[in-house]
Design a protein around this ligand. Structure first.
Ligand SMILES: *[C@@H]1O[C@H](CO)[C@@H](O)[C@H](O)[C@H]1NC(C)=O
Ligand SMILES: *[C@@H]1O[C@H](CO)[C@@H](O)[C@H](O)[C@H]1NC(C)=O
Ligand SMILES: *[C@@H]1O[C@H](CO)[C@@H](O)[C@H](O)[C@H]1NC(C)=O
Ligand SMILES: *[C@@H]1O[C@H](CO)[C@@H](O)[C@H](O)[C@H]1NC(C)=O
Length: 291
């Protein structure tokens, strides 16, 4: 039967070399929404990612109206996600791409390329979602500079985390026991409840790097907080050293960065220093096989 063959072929295509599937299994066997929100934006539409696969190979920069479920639109939308986290993220507010509704891209007279997007974003702790319209500009030419993003969202700010943030801040501001942790989430995708705010903060801080490092050919995702240590509070800012593992999904590379991160309810998250860690054989292994 022609039908059976066709369906079989489609199934085989889905099973073979789908980057999304590899990422999800790499993050642990029992990854749920709660434990690993990183899988949400991509996990939602596995088939979509499969369709987009050919584009990875071809590296086509699509111009005009974009298919909202293909890589060019989703890569640009993920950059907006990082931008929103740099603006609004906190230990209790971490924003993810939920849906791309529409998108278009155009060349800007030898200057670069501009994207217009309509998106639904979701704040993963409160689960509040909001509608965003965004404009992105990827500068072209030699020497990469960060994409420029403008976005306006409705609804996302309904998550009022003032009370939780204040309690967390007071708990850690004068603590004689400086916090630290490692392998968040662990090999099974699990995060201890007490570690969640530190994981969110690591994810938000990672967005500063992912925003800066993104171009039209990348798709970054925070894979794991390898470890973090709290430093003495200075000028009312909580301070942390983070070592994070970022996953670049197009090249399938795991990239290590060390960050100096500060946070307070008033000043928000700031990333004061970033240091790319050298590649090494050990570092190439996915997080769940390093220990
Ligand atoms: C989060 O919200 C979505 C709808 O926006 C809903 O389908 C889902 O069940 C919610 N999840 C949780 C954990 O509340
Ligand atoms: C958030 O809640 C706090 C009380 O927990 C309140 O004082 C504050 O006005 C609220 N902020 C917003 C923007 O609703
Ligand atoms: C995009 O970034 C990657 C990783 O930094 C780099 O290898 C690549 O050359 C960049 N592409 C463009 C078009 O700038
Ligand atoms: C943090 O994790 C990285 C990568 O696994 C490791 O090289 C580094 O020694 C760790 N640092 C601390 C302070 O544990």
């Amino acid at each position: 039967m022609g039908w059976t063959l066709l369906i079989l072929l489609v199934v085989l295509t889905v099973v073979h070399g789908n980057p999304t599937v590899m990422v999800r299994t790499g993050s642990g066997p029992t990854v749920g929404f709660d434990q690993h929100p990183n899988s949400v934006p991509l996990g939602e539409d596995i088939q979509t990612t499969t369709e987009g696969e050919s584009e990875v190979v071809e590296e086509v920069m699509t111009t005009g109206v974009l298919n909202p479920s293909h890589y060019p639109a989703r890569r640009a939308a993920t950059v907006v996600q990082h931008y929103l986290n740099t603006r609004y993220g906190s230990p209790y507010r971490w924003i993810f791409l939920s849906t791309v509704h529409s998108g278009s891209a155009e060349e800007v007279a030898e200057m670069g390329r501009k994207y217009q997007l309509a998106l639904t974003m979701q704040e993963m702790i409160s689960n509040v979602s909001g509608q965003c319209s965004a404009e992105l500009f990827f500068p072209g030419g030699e020497g990469q500079s960060a994409p420029q993003v403008q976005a306006s969202c409705e609804g996302l700010h309904q998550s009022n985390t003032t009370a939780q943030e204040e309690a967390f801040y007071q708990q850690h501001r004068t603590s004689n026991n400086l916090a630290s942790g490692n392998n968040i989430p662990d090999s099974y995708g699990h995060v201890e409840p007490s570690m969640k705010p530190f994981w969110h903060l690591g994810g938000v801080a990672s967005s500063f790097i992912m925003l800066r490092e993104s171009n039209e050919s990348t798709l970054y995702n925070m894979a794991q907080v390898a470890n973090f240590t709290q430093l003495e509070t200075e000028k009312d800012q909580l301070r942390f050293n983070y070592h994070v593992l970022l996953h670049e999904m197009i090249s399938q590379e795991i990239i290590h960065w060390k960050l100096l991160v500060t946070w307070s309810p008033e000043q928000g998250v700031q990333v004061l220093q970033t240091e790319l860690q050298p590649k090494c054989h050990h570092c190439e292994a996915p997080p769940n096989t390093t220990n």
